[in-house]
Design a protein. Structure first.
Length: 75
């Protein structure tokens, strides 16, 4: 079998480029708890930036509600 889409994983690599930049600048994570919270925050901000979340309108208030719900925070 021949793999016709040689660079299929590049889509995933492009999406994680911002996370890789952030990790390199911090020289790694010290614990799992900090890595999980920081990476989920970075992913949430990228989702908001790319408009991948389903909101009625892209207002700052709705984005704030989305992030609070994502992390289990109270408004």
């Amino acid at each position: 079998l021949c793999n016709r889409t040689k660079y299929l994983n590049n889509i995933v690599e492009q999406d994680h480029r911002f996370i890789k930049k952030r990790i390199r600048s911090m020289l790694g994570f010290k614990s799992y708890k900090t890595s999980a919270s920081i990476l989920s925050g970075v992913e949430a901000m990228n989702m908001v930036k790319k408009e991948q979340i389903d909101l009625q309108d892209q207002s700052v208030q709705n984005q704030n509600i989305f992030i609070n719900q994502l992390f289990g925070l109270t408004a």
